[in-house]
Ligand binder design. Sequence first.
Ligand code: SF4
Length: 474
Amino acid sequence: MYKLSDFKDLNEECGVFAITGVEDAAHLVYLGLYALQHRGQEAFGMCATAVQEGESWVKATKDFGLVADGMSSAKLSQLQGSTCLGHVRYSTQGGRLSENIQPFVFRLPQLGQIAMAHNGNLTNALELREQLERAGSVFTSTSDSEVFIHLLARSNAQSLGDKIAGLMYQVKGAYALCFAAGDHLYAVRDPYGFRPLVIGQLDGKSVIASETCALDLIGAETVREVYPGEMICMGPDGQFDSTFPMGRDTRPAFCAFESIYFARPDSQRNGESFYQVRFRIGQRLACDFLPEDADTVVPVPDSGVPMAMGFAHEAGLPMELGLVRNHYVGRTFIEPGQMNRDFKVKLKLSPVQSVLNGKSVVLIDDSVVRGTTCMRIVRMIREAGAKKIHLRIGSPPITHPCHYGVATPSKKDLLAANLSVDEIARRLEVDSLQYISQPGLRLALGDQTQQGFCYACFDGDYREYIEKKAYQEQ
Ligand code: SF4
């Protein structure tokens, strides 16, 4: 019997990019993954596909680390094919196995080799894996995403499209999924649309990406998002077919944290950038929780910057860079003994004493999860001479873990699940603490009727009620 902890490599935040019908498909996918690197830095993979003697074949390259470090022109030139699919993986706790690097490549009778890339987490992966193993399937990775492949292999449907449509009835949870087979791409989003997936066009050819920033980099036009529950089949001629294998009755639940923190600020959704959304979150915080004695607004970089700009704009205060981020931390070799938590934060962020000394600071951050990093930042600002620290947070208190693809700890390690706001303020050693309210967040997201977003980590309302029952026990 599997436990959740047995899944060392849940497929957390990831990025997907694919194109079909172009000669230099691999080169464009390389650029697309480069733009999506913020969605995963643990590993990347690229698969070029084409049709040969009536069957699909795949050429793949995969590696740990960043796309720019692991790819070379020699490797790119081997990825010949007019269709290419790429994936970047986020660093997760547990084993770093090369078998878990996507896209996965597998073979189906009569169809040939197929590549698959997944962003999101399946909430019934454990049960499905157990059932499949009892029925004889042999898994080669510890990733929840491999379940898709074994389900496809057991499908009696004739076409790949019908097999994928059948999958949607069997899996639960979050999936923005892409398959490359020969000169076709299939893109699927779960009925709730937890994770993003957008359609683009480049010179009349079809592109799929997790975010629009990747389309922008290659000069592709954003067409629209893949709708929740939709399956898109794209051919090399740039045309695509749309179906909704499970109908369209589900209330969408786009991850609020994509808007708050995870997506790149220049990416767009529904015609506006995530930068604009974050700016409004900051404005909302200033409207609701402006401290009387505030001198200056300081973001925790980089994600707190648009919110701090919104706060400062609304409050009529200056926004200053009181913390400077070192962007090269990941490449620094440090003796393990030096790597205590204080030092890790110091490596990443430095206070600017001339900005902070003697000031009453409004410190803006996007979220507080465990609170350990936040506490160290607060101490750092205090040591730099800040007179007061008023902490304002651009998300409501995180009281529940995410099971849809964002790496959050279990409930016992979530600060807000165990302490009141006043207790958290004391723990973090700030003079005042306020989180944006859930109605305030909905206003900032343009979701007044609570129809379109998932807020489960703030209120425990997991859209799939079965999971809700199961998760309450964790
Ligand atoms: S639970 Fe939170 S992090 Fe997870 S999908 Fe919902 S809003 Fe996003």
